[in-house]
Design a binder for this molecule. Sequence first.
Ligand SMILES: NC(=O)c1ccc[n+]([C@@H]2O[C@H](COP(=O)([O-])OP(=O)(O)OC[C@H]3O[C@@H](n4cnc5c(N)ncnc54)[C@H](OP(=O)(O)O)[C@@H]3O)[C@@H](O)[C@H]2O)c1
Length: 344
Amino acid sequence: MLSVSIVGASGYVGGELLRLLLDHPQVTVRQATSERLAGQYIHSTHPNLRGRSDLRYVVQSELVPCDLLILALPHGAAARRIEHWAALGARIIDCSADFRLSSPDDFRRWYGEDHPAPSWLGRFVYGLPELHRESLRDSRYVSGVGCNATAVNLALLPLVRAGLLDPNRSTIAEVKVGSSEAGASPSDGSHHAERSGVVRSFAPVGHRHTAEVIQESHLSDVHLSITSVEMVRGALATCHAFVHPGTNERDLWKAYRAVTADEPFLRLVHDRSGSHRHPEPKILAGSNYADIGWALDETTGRVVALCAIDNLMKGAAGSAVQCLNLMCGFNERMGLGFAGLHPV
Ligand SMILES: NC(=O)c1ccc[n+]([C@@H]2O[C@H](COP(=O)([O-])OP(=O)(O)OC[C@H]3O[C@@H](n4cnc5c(N)ncnc54)[C@H](OP(=O)(O)O)[C@@H]3O)[C@@H](O)[C@H]2O)c1
């Protein structure tokens, strides 16, 4: 059994990691940290796990070495102490944005500060299996993914891979997101009276995940807008782009089938009728699927590429466990079989 410890386990991503890994047939969850809640059972913050484990939180200073350490900490906490974490975990998956960008210059541009450990950037593989499966196998250090970036990257993947996008036109991605993206710590904006019912422009321009989309899609003229909407979990990327003149529906079917055919967690959703004919995040809550689809206006060449995910799953903990499986030579689907709920 692989011994895995989770640092920052009391947060929302940490809770999903615990849920997945407690049921993983090849994993023993060794330790779970919380500075605030040391000594308390993990179900004190993750009530869905009551009766599933008698694990109690420990503080970070009590961590002992393990086979794989997963960091689910706020921005900067992984990078500032990376040598310390590397001494504790033979392998590391860091769910934060600290090691997602390979270039220190890009990090400075998007995060407004110098990277605390730039020599480590090149040692991390970007943790999206659909893009980096072969590099992830046997890798020691893997970064998590940005949830909004993942929705956009997967929405655009078939068009990018098939070379269908018109390079003279911009790609604009609007991402609608749920409240759990902001993590478990309350803020003025997350107070129920302020957050409930919103359609709130959170980052119309300048969202940091844009850097991950540019890096991973290799598109330079791509732009994100993020809007908070009335959901707890979920992200829906609606990407507006233009395909080469003459591209038709059949070309898109071919491009999307080519990308989804062998992917365990990518599903093509493009039906002619029915209320679920396009991807939607609601039915993905708790599942690791990313549903992708499109709509094409053949007369103008405008394509709307869609991707729905659960931000805490495919956008964070689910992808992390998928990476763990690849890193350790397990079946990629292991521990990730939950299909989601309907109705929910
Ligand atoms: N939420 C998402 O949808 C999502 C998606 C992709 C990636 N991520 C990334 O995953 C990481 C965790 O996100 P999350 O949503 O799980 O966050 P969260 O709910 O706020 O949890 C943060 C965790 O870090 C711990 N922590 C340690 N030092 C801290 C400090 N100085 N300030 C605040 N918390 C501290 C907290 O536990 P104690 O205070 O109990 O020690 C808590 O367990 C972040 O880097 C985030 O960017 C999140």
